[in-house]
Ligand binder design. Structure first.
Ligand code: 6GU
Length: 236
């Protein structure tokens, strides 16, 4: 998968060199392109923002550098004949879920446009929609300063679903949210630690009973902390 990121803070993304995703990059499973939006400006101050039409607080990101940055990225993707998905992280977007991560993990080319300040001129999003499939995605109902951290969250969630990135594919099947329920609690040795004991059923080797116990734990947990998940998604 090719991932391009447009940002005024490319140094934020150095964390993508480490851990699982770093390995995926070295193995060539993920090919990452980082683009500094300011490289697409022509004035001495490398200006990327301006005051909003209609007034109001804060600054808006100017369309011209965005247009040039997107054109340079999308020209390369045209040569590869892959239709990109262009993602703008935004608290005004639809909520990013495991289902969306799964969907995006099957794509060949993702472009992340990281906005700062009060947002990006809307015409950039409208233009991007003429060049690819655009998605405005939010992490949840709270406000971050910009799209950088949000992009990193999404890239980690998507990247680990690409075949060859997570070592054991079974660990993807049994985790929270993949079946609409939260994960069951996990234990390892020793069987007793500081007065806390591993539930005896896990020590017994009855795999049917263990599976039933784990499922009950998932349902209990989900009912307690995330009853909203039981009202919608697939359960059982
Ligand atoms: Cl994707 N961006 C920003 N700036 N704030 C957010 C968000 C995204 N998701 C939740 N809050």
């Amino acid at each position: 998968m090719r991932i391009d990121i447009v940002t005024i803070f490319p140094e934020f993304f150095s964390v993508l060199d480490v851990s699982l995703l770093g390995k995926a990059r070295k193995a060539g499973v993920i090919d990452l392109g980082l683009h500094d939006l300011r490289d697409f400006t022509y004035d001495r101050h490398r200006t990327v923002d301006d005051t909003p039409y209609g007034g109001g607080a804060g600054m808006v990101m100017k369309p011209e550098p965005w247009g040039e940055a997107l054109d340079s990225i999308l020209y390369a993707s045209e040569l590869r004949k892959t239709e990109p998905v262009i993602i703008f992280p935004s608290p005004a977007g639809e909520v990013f879920t495991q289902a969306i991560a799964q969907e995006l993990a099957t794509e060949q080319h993702l472009v992340f446009g990281c906005g700062r300040y009060e947002g990006i001129d809307q015409r950039v999003i409208d233009y991007a929609a003429t060049r690819g499939r655009v998605r405005l995605l939010s992490l949840g109902d709270y406000v971050l300063n910009g799209g950088e951290v949000a992009s990193m969250v999404m890239i980690e969630a998507i990247g680990r679903l690409i075949p060859g990135v997570v070592g054991n594919p079974e660990s993807l099947v049994e985790e929270s949210h993949s079946d609409g329920l939260l994960e069951y609690p996990s234990y390892t040795k020793p069987p007793a630690w500081r007065g806390f004991e591993v539930p005896p059923i896990l020590l017994g080797g009855n795999h049917g009973a263990i599976a039933a116990w784990r499922h009950e734990q998932q349902l209990d947990r989900t009912r307690r902390v995330r009853p909203d998940l039981l009202d919608q998604g697939p359960v059982e």
